[in-house]
Design a protein around this ligand. Structure first.
Ligand code: GAR
Length: 200
């Protein structure tokens, strides 16, 4: 059974998808703790499922490095097999990434390498593209630049706003994330080999 710590900043719809997937006894992964950089709304999902939460606000630390060390300390309490960034809107310091890599993955609401960063959906709308997408990646030290585990296109429809497009992307993103966790747990995806070769 793959143990997961999920880090969020917002509503946690992707987290919820993982929690719902793990209601199936056959699903080979379980969320053991949920962390955030604030008192995130998504903690409500964790609480509903009886999953412990932790919050480490950057404003309580003198610099990004000491904040990152505090998050890493919290993560290590749970000794997870995999850490999932799911709408976690802060960049982790390089030494945290080095400590967790490659067992650190992220979801992004665009078809990377298109539209990286904090406003992937807004940027796609502004660019006037007819399709965007969703991606699941291994985290590296860049901004949404790590090796791609999986991704899928989502059409941008006439009249789409950031909100309507993001809602449709999230439906796809949830499926990609649950499938990626399943594939990692089953050894179909080897995180050390993503971006080089796939075992599928
Ligand atoms: C998701 O679409 C996630 O990909 C995005 O924030 C949303 C969080 O939704 N993350 C990023 O844009 C990171 N660059 P959720 O809190 O409902 O899961």
């Amino acid at each position: 059974m793959l143990s997961l710590v999920v880090l969020i900043s917002g509503g946690g719809s992707n987290l919820r998808a993982l929690l719902e997937a793990s209601e199936d006894a056959e699903f080979p992964a379980r969320v053991v703790a949920v962390g955030a950089d604030r008192d995130a709304d998504g903690f409500a999902h964790a609480e509903e499922y009886g999953i412990p939460t932790f919050s480490v606000a950057m404003s309580n630390f003198p610099d990004r490095e000491s904040w990152g060390d505090a998050i890493l300390e919290q993560i290590r309490v749970w000794d997870p097999d995999l850490v999932v960034l799911s709408g976690f809107m802060k960049l982790l310091p390089p030494r945290v990434i080095a400590a967790l890599s490659p067992r650190l993955i992220n979801t992004h609401p665009a078809y990377l390498p298109e539209f990286p960063g904090a406003h992937g959906v807004r940027d796609a709308i502004a660019a006037g593209v007819t399709e965007s997408g969703a991606s699941v990646i291994v985290v590296d030290n860049g901004v949404d630049s790590g090796p791609i585990i999986s991704q899928e296109r989502v059409p941008v429809l006439p009249g789409d706003t950031e909100s309507t497009l993001h809602d449709r992307i999230k439906v796809v993103e949830r499926e990609l994330l649950v499938q990626a966790v399943l594939d990692i747990a089953n050894g179909v995806v080897d995180l050390r080999a993503v971006g080089q070769t796939r075992s599928r």
